[in-house]
Design a protein around this ligand. Sequence first.
Ligand code: NAD
Ligand code: MG
Length: 396
Amino acid sequence: MSSASAPRQVAVFGATGSIGASALDVIARHPDRYQVTVLAAGRQVDALVALCATHRPAHAVIADASLYAALRDGLRGAGLATQAHAGAAALDQLAASDACDTLVAAIVGAAGLSSTLAAAAAGKRILLANKESLVLAGELLMRQAAAAGAEIIPIDSEHSAIFQCLRSRDASLDGAGVRRIILTASGGPFRGRSRAQLAQVTPAQAVAHPKWSMGPKISVDSATLMNKGLEVIEAHHLFNVPGERIDVLVHPQSLVHSLVEFVDGSTLAQMGLPDMRTTLAVGLGWPQRIESGVGGLDLLTQGRLDFEAPDTDAFPCLKLAWQAMAAGGTAPAILNAANEVAVSAFLQGRAAFLAIPALVANALSTLSTESADTLEGLLTADQRARQITQAAIDHA
Ligand code: NAD
Ligand code: MG
């Protein structure tokens, strides 16, 4: 889209989060290209009202329906014309409506699935940060998007890297001509520790990521390496590449965001500073390149790039995700749901760090894998896994 045409109308779901902030930062640099029309958050009314005062959207949604009056009064009190909405159904309705042509899908967890599916069915451009929706219902979501002509642009840094490398080949995103996808992983805050050294780690240590500033859930996922496991499943769906052709390589500097090896022996990597505004600018501007506020990479001052194999004994979550992907059907939905409940308990001090993989393994072995042709089947598996995991935490 050239700057002369009408601005893209952008909905930012998860606006009060880390990805939401990066998206709004890039958007605000290009007022002629992008207009924020919908902002949505889970429960943070005051932060949402403050964002509305800055970005002046037509609509604001608070997902927790009990907070409707607080949002409406907050917007009114700030003298804003923004219309207040509340509840998950309002998220779905606005994602599919004429109020936006682009959705930044940055809600955390399975809670982001429904509105992402709604935007896909309505043929929107989706800047997809919410990886959990792909893990839970990847086939459905990709099918829905293809049928409606929705454009999914990955916002995960690794997948944005792969997306950019694949576009060097032809316009499609399928696996043709690709020998291997290599996802890089920072290794998280506990890289190099043994299993025994992980027994006592605290939530504060787990969320202190060495390279990326992110929300608490994905920060813990990075510390357990579950994040990389979710990303393997995410890559499989986004790029239609079987699991056997997806590798994981630990790269502590987080400057090489991922690589694609083609059948001709050529390997392409995408590099840059670890700042999500770059991937958001790729998604917003694609196929054009737009300013993101992120500086370039100075390899002379960076000095070196290191690579090592992931330690799946100390960090079994990565292995569990491979296994769930291989099992297919409802297994990834079970993995994802159990992980969400386990991470939440860990963050609240109700479960130990090493309980996270144990709880996920427990859910996967307790629930049998079924085929996953319908959304109802997947959501039932998600609910059962949550119940089983919650019960295991309560009785520990
Ligand atoms: P965050 O915790 O900072 O923000 C989460 C956002 O979701 C908040 O705005 C919150 O209000 C909203 N939210 C929570 N529950 C909700 C619900 N039930 N309904 C509606 N909204 C709800 O998280 P984040 O780090 O910005 O991550 C968001 C998503 O992006 C996650 O899926 C994460 O895996 C993915 N992601 C993040 C990064 C990153 O750098 N932060 C990188 C790659 C992918
Ligand atoms: Mg990532």
